[in-house]
Design a protein around this ligand. Structure first.
Ligand SMILES: *Cc1c(COP(=O)(O)O)cnc(C)c1O
Length: 408
């Protein structure tokens, strides 16, 4: 076997080599789909040696096959953590990272622009289990400082925020949380391990909806969470005790997607930047939210703390009139209307008004979330342009449609 003591390489190179093990699999470039529940031990001695502290049954499919371990090793290497665990969905990674560290009587603080289903879990499950939950203004770390209690155990952040894309001063938030002995869990899905290295900013647990850019083709659901040395045992046990695992077919798709993450992200980000620059000056658009744009209020933090961007951004339409918005969405040809993102295809999600409980969300007007896919940027621009024309009330009279005709 060739030396594993490789020099420190660019993540775009690591991406292609992490987690592979050709020697073990007949020279195959990719670790195959290894299905299995029972994993046989060669002997009593081997069985006994496979026992781990806290887990005497570690030799079992629920704790992964070679496919699982290849993906976990790959993500852990990219993130620069101590260990990674897979989960059956991104949301499952969020909820189990929370359950791993929180107990009844504890207090947890969430950034107000956190992913909606994470907020629902906090409201419906954490509160029922006796965890006090509050939210802080993502744009004001001192709002976090003001809300700390003796019982604050965990701060959950997402940067940029879901739907509205506010950046968070992560080193400052981590310093405030750690001063109260609380750990920081970050949902790093937007930037991927290539665009943000949370552990270098002070974060303790970094998690991803691998469903998005890592899988990258809209054909599997998967989550993954990675921890520092200090946080690892709690995270691992949190996954293990709940029986969390993921199937080898989905893990294979995630490993396959991972190999092209670097080139895909460059194109997603370049397309997003192109659309953002053009849309910012459109007469029917009130504001555009994308921290990798120099015109965005989060740009300084993004530039300081991040190494890259992705294809997801938000736009506030000037109109809130339903008919106009309906015409806009129904005219889009290249942007599908649908949830999730990170696949090769472009998407547009009708949001309207984002949910907040602590601070007002940035911008006014009807919010639309866009995912810039891998199409050629000029075609995406042209598609948006012709659909945006439908927002102008003067245009609607010129659109021949059955409804307009029958209404006279
Ligand atoms: C999609 C998403 C999730 C959840 O991932 P699923 O695989 O759909 O469960 C979590 N966090 C963020 C930021 C997401 O965008």
């Amino acid at each position: 076997m060739r030396s594993m003591n490789s020099p420190r390489r660019h993540p775009n190179t690591t991406l292609l080599h992490c987690g592979r093990d050709s020697q073990r699999f007949d020279g195959l470039v990719n670790v195959p789909v290894c299905r299995g529940s029972t994993l046989l031990a060669e002997s009593f001695d081997v069985w006994e040696r496979a026992r781990q502290g806290g887990n005497p049954y570690a030799h079992y499919g629920r704790f992964g096959t070679a496919t699982t371990h290849a993906f976990e090793r790959a993500i852990n290497e990219l993130e620069g953590g101590h260990g990674s665990r897979v989960f059956p969905s991104g949301l499952s990674a969020c909820t189990h990272a929370l359950l791993a560290f929180l107990s009844s009587g504890d207090h947890a603080l969430f950034s107000d622009s956190v992913y909606g289903p994470t907020r629902v879990f906090a409201e419906r499950v954490l509160k029922r289990l006796g965890v006090a939950v509050d939210y802080f203004d993502p744009c004001d770390p001192e709002d976090l400082a003001r809300q700390l209690r003796d019982s604050t155990r965990l701060v959950f952040v997402e940067a940029p925020g879901s739907l509205t894309f506010e950046m968070i001063d992560l080193p400052r938030v981590c310093a405030i949380a750690h001063s109260a002995s609380a750990i920081v869990v970050m949902d790093n899905t937007w930037a991927t391990p290539l665009g943000c290295r949370p552990f270098e900013l002070g974060v303790d647990v970094s998690l991803h909806a691998a469903t998005k850019y890592i899988v990258g083709h809209s054909d599997a659901l998967l989550g993954v969470a990675t921890a520092t040395t200090d946080a690892w045992e709690r995270l691992r046990d949190g996954a293990q005790d709940f029986g969390e695992t993921a199937g080898p077919d989905d893990l294979y798709l995630a490993l396959r997607g991972l190999r092209t993450l670097g080139v895909r992200l460059e194109r997603h980000a370049a397309n997003a930047r192109c659309l953002v620059d053009q849309l910012a000056d459109h007469p029917m658009i009130a504001s555009v939210h994308y921290p990798a744009s120099p015109r965005d209020p989060g740009y300084a933090l993004w530039q300081r703390d991040f190494d890259g961007a992705s294809g997801l951004f938000g736009v506030r339409l000037k109109t809130t009139e339903r008919d106009a918005i309906e015409r806009f969405f129904d005219r889009l040809e290249l942007f599908g209307i649908g949830l999730s993102w990170g696949g090769f295809e472009s998407l547009a999600l009708p949001v309207g008004t984002p949910l907040r409980s602590r601070a007002q969300a940035n911008g006014e007007g009807y919010l639309v979330r866009f995912h810039a896919g891998l199409e050629q940027a000029c075609d995406l621009l042209a598609d948006l342009d012709q659909a945006l024309a439908a927002l102008d009330p003067r245009v609607s009279v010129a659109v021949p449609s059955a409804v307009n005709a029958s209404a006279g």
